[in-house]
Design a protein around this ligand. Structure first.
Ligand SMILES: [Zn+2]
Length: 247
C-alpha cells in the first residue's frame, strides 16, 4: 500500500485526473433563468440532506456574488452555480427564491460540508441579505478539512521502519519518516489537492474550477462519513484502475 503511494507521491503530476464519486448535473442559477429550473432547485433542496458549499474566490464584490452549492444526493450530485447582483436582483422575485433556498439549506435538519470553517467562509456573504450570519452559525456543519486528518491517519498508519510505528498512529510528528504522511506537525492542515492525491491517487490541480472543488470535498466527505476502511478504499481504487484500462 505505502509502496504504491511513495511512487505516486513523487509523480503527482502524472496521476490521472480527479474523478467525482457520482455523476453530476449543473444548474446555472441567475435572474433570467427559466422559472422551472428555479422551482426545481427549491424542490431538490427540500429533498436533499447534505450540501457542499464553495464560495468562489474573488467573487465577492460590493453588489455581486457567485457561490457554488452542491446538493449531495444518493445517485447524483446537483451543483447550483448561484449568481446574485444586489442592484439588479434585490427587488425581484428572484431574490425571494434565492433567499428561500438558503433558508432551506441552513435549516437544522440539513448538513453543510465545507473545506474550512463554514462561518469564516460565509460571513462575508451575509452583506447581500440572502441569509444572516446567525442563520449560518446555527446550521449543522462539517469541516471536511478538519475531519480528514484523523480519518486519513487511522487508515494510513506509520510504516514499520518509522519511529512512530504502533505508538502514535493518529498523530503527525516531526519524528515520522513515512512518505505517505506528508505533514509532520499536528497543527498542519491538509490541502485539498494533497488529500485527493494521497487518498485516491488522483490529480486535483489548484487551478481547477470551483465545481471540482465542490466535488472533491463531497468525495472526501463521502469516504469519511461512510467510515471507509483501507480495504474499501483499495477496492474502489482497484475498480477505477480497471475502468481506466478497459473503458
Ligand atoms: Zn510515520
Amino acid at each position: 500500500m505505502s509502496t504504491i503511494n511513495n511512487n505516486i507521491n513523487r509523480n503527482i503530476n502524472e496521476l490521472p485526473q480527479f474523478k467525482p464519486i457520482k455523476p453530476c448535473v449543473l444548474l446555472y442559477i441567475y435572474r433570467a433563468q427559466a422559472q422551472f429550473v428555479l422551482d426545481e432547485l427549491i424542490t431538490e433542496a427540500r429533498k436533499t440532506k447534505i450540501f457542499t458549499i464553495v464560495p468562489e474566490i474573488g467573487s465577492l464584490f460590493s453588489n455581486y456574488m457567485f457561490i457554488h452549492v452542491e446538493l449531495v444526493q444518493d445517485s447524483q450530485a446537483i451543483i447550483a452555480l448561484i449568481e446574485y447582483c444586489t442592484e439588479r436582483d434585490r427587488n425581484s422575485s428572484y431574490y425571494h427564491i434565492v433567499h428561500n433556498f438558503f433558508t432551506i439549506i441552513f435549516d437544522s435538519s440539513k448538513i453543510i460540508q465545507t473545506w474550512g470553517n463554514l462561518l469564516d467562509l460565509l460571513v462575508p456573504y451575509a452583506q447581500y441579505g440572502l441569509f444572516a450570519s446567525s442563520d449560518v452559525s446555527q446550521a449543522q456543519s462539517i469541516n471536511v478539512q478538519k475531519i480528514f486528518k484523523p480519518w486519513y491517519n487511522n487508515i494510513f498508519r506509520h510504516d514499520i521502519q518509522c519511529q512512530q510505528y504502533r505508538k502514535y498512529d493518529e498523530i503527525d510528528s516531526s519524528l515520522c519518516t513515512c512518505c505517505h504522511r506528508p505533514y509532520k506537525s499536528s497543527s498542519c492542515q491538509w490541502s485539498i489537492s494533497r488529500a485527493i492525491a494521497y487518498t485516491f491517487d488522483e490529480r486535483y490541480d489548484y487551478y481547477m474550477h470551483d465545481i471540482h472543488k465542490c466535488l472533491a470535498i463531497t468525495k472526501l466527505g463521502h469516504v469519511i462519513n461512510g467510515k471507509w476502511t483501507s480495504q474499501k478504499l483499495n477496492a474502489y481504487k482497484q475498480k477505477q484502475f480497471i475502468k481506466k484500462k478497459n473503458p
